[in-house]
Design a protein around this ligand. Structure first.
Ligand code: ARG
Length: 273
């Protein structure tokens, strides 16, 4: 009996020792994780501790001349992108702040830490991925061609030798420059300025994203959109390079918004089928 008691105590002691060792290992695992790439300013537990450029806020850089994604209504920036960013901010317990700027400044704003995110109907492109990361895509974009109603341009191929207006530094600008050369492109600060130039006969066509194109054409008489698209692309949220904590969080929230249908209802509110 005495021996049995000693044996049990011995086994118990060994078990406790093993448990302690196991416990110690468990504590060490996170810091020893070889896949954890430390980034500048990142904390030890990135998934639960996300720093934003202004405490308590999620700052969104955009260019608010791009209906229905972002545009002014009663002095306020509204639209699909604003509502998506609003939903993301809410789920993170942050207040959304919208900063309107030139489209060409958005990536720099995210890169330099002036804004947390760039949401501007922005197309994912390899050359942009050099400077920022992108979330998962939240919408499909299309570049389309706007011409005058009586134009002899019937398909995108007819743009050869024509003057094409674009919003500077957008994908429309890059495609036309690549396909027809610099001399084919007229760059404008805003899409609306390109559309105005077209209606005044200063240029032959405008290449721009489809939804803003629809809205510009609806408010400018004598213009139409060609049926054949120029390209199809993915819109995503730009995030500071290497800020995986924020990117993962935004992707998780985008998934929730997709799964529960709220992303689609935001889009449906602005784009009628
Ligand atoms: N999708 C195009 C791009 O990424 C145009 C986006 C323009 N957006 C804006 N808010 N003005 O280049």
């Amino acid at each position: 009996m005495k021996h049995l008691k000693q044996l049990v105590l011995g086994v118990l002691a060994v078990c406790m020792l093993l448990a302690l060792v196991a416990c110690g290992n468990g504590n060490e695992t996170p810091s020893a994780d070889p896949s954890a790439t430390p980034t500048e300013g990142a904390s030890a537990n990135p998934s639960t501790d996300i720093k934003t450029v202004q405490e308590g806020k999620l700052v969104m850089a955009t260019n608010a001349y791009f209906p229905p994604y972002e545009y002014y209504e009663g002095g306020k920036v509204v639209g699909i992108d604003v509502e998506i960013a609003q939903a993301v901010a809410e789920k993170m317990g942050l207040t959304l702040e919208v900063e309107d700027m030139e489209f060409n400044s958005i990536i720099a704003a995210v890169q330099s830490g002036k804004a947390d995110i760039g949401v501007a109907g922005m197309t994912v492109r390899e050359d942009r991925l050099v400077n920022v990361d992108f979330s998962d895509s939240y919408a499909t974009g299309y570049q389309v061609v706007i011409v005058k109603e009586d134009s002899n341009i019937a398909t995108p191929d007819d743009l050869e030798g024509k003057k094409v207006g674009v919003q500077e530094a957008t994908t429309g600008d890059f495609y036309i420059t690549d396909d027809y050369g610099d001399e084919a492109v007229e760059r404008y600060n805003k899409g609306t300025e390109a559309v105005l130039a077209l209606s005044q006969g200063k240029i032959d066509a405008v290449v721009i994203d489809r939804e803003p194109a629809k809205s510009f054409v609806a408010s400018t008489p004598g213009l139409k959109i060609l049926e054949t698209e120029y390209t199809v692309e993915d819109y995503a949220i730009a995030i500071s390079k290497g800020n995986t904590a924020l990117k993962d969080k935004i992707n998780a929230i985008l998934k929730e918004l997709k799964d529960d249908g709220s992303l689609q209802s935001i889009i449906d509110k602005y784009i009628k089928a």
